[in-house]
Design a protein around this ligand. Structure first.
Ligand SMILES: NC(=O)c1ccc[n+]([C@@H]2O[C@H](COP(=O)([O-])OP(=O)(O)OC[C@H]3O[C@@H](n4cnc5c(N)ncnc54)[C@H](OP(=O)(O)O)[C@@H]3O)[C@@H](O)[C@H]2O)c1
Length: 310
């Protein structure tokens, strides 16, 4: 396993972070809870010590399940949780109606609920999940600072922030951690945010390393997703876009063959070889997937290979 000490923190985390959204049980297709639990235990056996979750994943269920599965190990793990996407309880099987709320009142309330569900007194990393245009960022940050002073969170940070908002936030209160989508298909952070974060020593955690599984190479233009799997509505999986996205798989296969690696392992390695990226979050639904993904660690692509992929 590769570990990284996050700048301006005392956290040392595995460069592969386990993404816990499927623990919520909704919008990720069919989930075998037993296999998912085994995947988390396998992740721990392989040296992963960091888990990414959010209050809204399964409307609290993902945090509860993570806490149950980790048991006492939750105290030795680095748990990243998020708030800011609030919800109304759904009626029947309908998807919950969500709305952004990063007001100071919500910070306090969401944090208390997450601490209860995770059965912790303090969350290692607490992130603003998405920016809330109705709440001035300064108000949210001051509420977070207060929670930090009270010992309920060790570090706070932001997720899915545009550069201008990150700069505004970081100007007054130092932001140590940023989470954003970054993979071979979505490289938009390269245009602005990665340079700034590197310059300011802000730790960047990427998510969507496999572009929701697309970069594994297991899908083709005939693949169709069920209505309970978000991929049925994601633009990258639209039949007209999917064909173009799949072209990259051929390149990943060729590079992978040289190193005895799978396309997924090359796709994750490409992210980790970027010096602006501290660690990347990857989802896995069974032990085989997480074992395969960990094969992305402890080797490197050559400069020529990185150039080929770029
Ligand atoms: N901050 C945010 O706003 C935000 C947003 C989204 C996600 N996240 C975090 O990132 C995590 C990962 O989600 P993501 O959207 O980013 O997905 P991802 O990691 O790109 O893809 C994960 C999915 O790909 C498939 N997969 C993974 N490894 C595989 C392997 N070795 N072989 C074959 N298939 C494999 C699995 O689904 P199938 O088996 O069903 O194909 C898995 O659920 C989430 O759980 C969450 O923690 C954060």
């Amino acid at each position: 396993m590769e570990y990284v000490k996050l700048h301006n923190t005392d956290l040392k985390i595995s460069r592969l972070i386990f993404g816990c959204e499927p623990l919520g049980g909704t919008d990720w297709g069919k989930i075998d809870e037993n296999l998912l639990e085994k995947a988390i235990n396998q992740a721990i056996n392989l040296g992963i010590n960091c888990f990414d979750v959010a209050d809204v994943y399964g409307l609290g269920r993902a945090e509860e399940r993570l806490s149950q599965i980790l048991g006492p190990k939750r105290h030795d793990s680095v748990i990243i949780s998020k708030f800011g996407v609030n919800w109304e309880k759904p009626i029947g099987k309908a998807r919950a109606k969500t709305f952004l709320d990063c007001s100071p009142k919500r910070v306090v309330n969401a944090l208390e609920n997450s601490l209860k569900r995770l059965k912790l007194d303090c969350i290692s990393v607490y992130l603003i999940h998405w920016p809330d245009p109705k709440t001035p960022i300064q108000e949210t940050l001051e509420a977070l600072l207060q929670c930090q002073t009270e010992g309920k969170i060790r570090y706070f940070g932001v997720s899915n922030f545009p550069l201008t908002l990150l700069q505004e936030a970081h100007q007054n209160i130092s932001i140590p951690i940023v989470e954003l989508q970054y993979n071979l298909i979505d490289r938009s952070p390269e245009q602005h945010l990665l340079n700034y974060s590197q310059q300011e020593k802000i730790n960047v955690l990427g998510y969507g390393a496999l572009a929701q599984g697309l970069l594994t190479g297991k899908f083709n233009s005939d693949t169709r997703f069920e209505k309970d799997d978000r991929r049925h509505r994601l633009p990258n999986f639209r039949p007209d876009v999917l064909g173009k996205n799949l072209q990259i798989i051929d390149k990943l296969k060729i590079l992978g063959q040289r190193h005895g690696k799978t396309p997924s392992q090359v796709a994750i390695r490409w992210i980790l070889d970027n010096p602006s990226i501290s660690a990347t979050i990857v989802g896995a639904k069974n032990p085989q997937q997480i074992t395969n993904n960990v094969g992305a660690l402890d080797w490197q692509l050559t400069d020529e290979e990185l150039m080929e992929l770029n």
